[in-house]
Design a protein around this ligand. Structure first.
Ligand code: SF4
Length: 379
């Protein structure tokens, strides 16, 4: 039964040079018509593809959903409430970027029923923020956080990135310390990946980590330093009472993202909007990435080729809940204990995985090597 909904809002104030998401920059009043047309199509899609299910999590992601006005967010929320039974306890998240909201807007967002904010801070180092062309600085991020609390949000997550060009270990530690001093409940952290086709790829791809751009301090930290940054994060967050419940996610007790756990538990969810993915009745589908085509025909989806056994393994091993090997065998007729006996033994001895009562999970040391370990355990 589907109880989670993802809503994709593809608009941003600027296009960050490292981002390869399907994003449209809203910089001119004429774009207002595009946004309105997009919301019309989005609401039509929601209306036509809903079956009145009982919904426990809704996540507005992007893009920058907080770029929408309160009235536009309200229209989408209203459509969701008219077409689904949204639980009174539902976790309803809005991705928000500093510089797109003020106190009044956050108060009205809270009144619309959003009860969780995921704030794209990335770093508290203003010089690095400028290189990332995020359009905000440290003060903007701190103001957004303070307004969010004043507006009544009691479930706030920060997005941070490490391994940035020119980022030193001390700058990274300052960012973690600042985040921890802000009394927030959740932190998502990702290492920067240089994606093909992005401006960062041109600037940094064949540089062997030491590109020749004249900008000072623009060297990308080595893999060794990036791993040390991740370890530093794990240690500091653990000390302050955060639990690492997924490779890139840390939460205070009771504040794990219910919505994202749906993905990692390999449960069903609706995805609405351009480029949005969804998982319903064993099928993964995606909308295409063309905004105009989506506005013309919001119902068109592509069924994705997938390997369900591999996906379940990859998703569940990302979390500290791990993978139940008995259930996995029942579902996919794969006995990992016999098929991967050598690797499981080797990783246990290296304290990278724990096998207990037929449940396999990565240790915090294992989370660092998750991509490699999951690859080795896949059948
Ligand atoms: S704000 Fe986020 S989604 Fe928008 S361009 Fe930057 S990284 Fe991409």
């Amino acid at each position: 039964m589907t109880s989670a909904i993802y809503i994709h809002i593809p608009f941003c104030k600027t296009h960050c040079p490292y981002c390869d998401f399907a994003v449209w920059v809203i910089s001119h009043p004429r774009h207002a018509n595009t946004i309105e047309a997009y919301i019309d199509s989005l609401c039509l899609e929601i209306k036509d593809r809903s079956h009145g299910e009982y919904i426990q999590t809704i996540y507005f992601g992007g893009g920058t959903p907080s770029i929408l006005s309160s009235d536009q967010l309200s229209r989408i929320m209203q459509t969701l409430k008219e077409n689904f039974q949204v639980s009174h306890q539902a976790e309803i998240t809005l991705e928000t970027n500093p510089g797109t909201v003020d106190l009044e807007k956050l108060k009205s967002i809270r009144q619309l029923g959003f009860n969780r904010l995921s704030i794209g801070v990335q770093t508290f180092d203003s010089e690095l923020l400028q290189k990332l062309a995020r359009g905000h600085n440290k003060e903007d991020a701190l103001k957004t956080l303070s307004w969010a609390k004043e507006a009544g949000f009691e479930n706030i997550s920060l997005d941070l990135i490490f391994g940035l060009p020119g980022q030193s270990m001390s700058s990274w530690e300052d960012t973690i310390d600042q985040a921890l001093s802000e009394q927030i409940q959740h932190i998502s952290c990702y290492a920067l990946t240089i994606e093909e086709g992005t401006p960062f790829h041109k600037m940094y791809s064949n540089s062997n980590h030491t590109h020749t751009n004249s900008a000072k301090n623009s060297v990308i930290p080595s893999e060794e330093i990036t791993v040390q940054m991740y370890e530093k994060l794990q240690v500091k967050l653990l000390e302050k009472g955060f639990e690492q419940y997924e490779v890139s996610n840390f939460a205070k007790t009771g504040f794990q993202s219910k919505h994202n756990l749906t993905y990692w538990r390999n449960e069903e969810f609706y995805g609405y909007g351009v480029s949005a993915h969804e998982f319903i009745k064993g099928e993964r589908k995606s909308h295409n990435r063309n905004l105009e085509e989506y506005i013309q025909n919001p119902h068109s989806q592509i069924v994705l080729d997938c390997n369900p056994a591999l996906e379940e393994l990859m998703l569940k091993l990302r979390t500290n809940e791990g993978l139940n090997l008995i259930e996995y065998q029942k579902k996919f007729d794969i006995n990992l204990l016999t098929q991967k006996e050598k690797q499981i033994k080797q990783f246990q001895e290296a304290e990278l995985i724990i096998l207990s009562e037929n449940n396999l999970k990565l240790t915090s040391k294992g989370f660092i090597l998750s991509t490699y370990l999951i690859g080795e355990l896949a059948v």
